[in-house]
Design a protein. Sequence first.
Length: 130
Amino acid sequence: MRFFDRRALAGAVLAMATLASAGAAAASQEAEGVWLREDGASKIRIAPCGGALCGDVIWLKSPRSKAHVGEKVFFDMVRADQNSWTGHTFNPDDGKTYSGKMVVSGKKLRTSGCVFGGLICKTVYWLRSN
């Protein structure tokens, strides 16, 4: 009887550990994929590049946009925590590069480009498209 109790206890502990690790993995969100800008103006693809993530423009609604298909607008984005990445962002409207942050929440992506150590930021929202 004692052998059975130990095996049952070991099985229960293993099951709880498996469920706990699965829950942690589910809480972690991934940024990789295709994202449509919330205003419908463009799509980007976020994918690994080196040891980080990069985001390239893959579609533009208006041919008069200052952005160009194939242009890298997010680069050097490294994971900061379960749902966010930090790196750099390029703004095609002014041709400047800023410190950047991406945060995934469900099917939404919030991207920010900041100056002065994060005192002034511009934020854009994206919807998962793939």
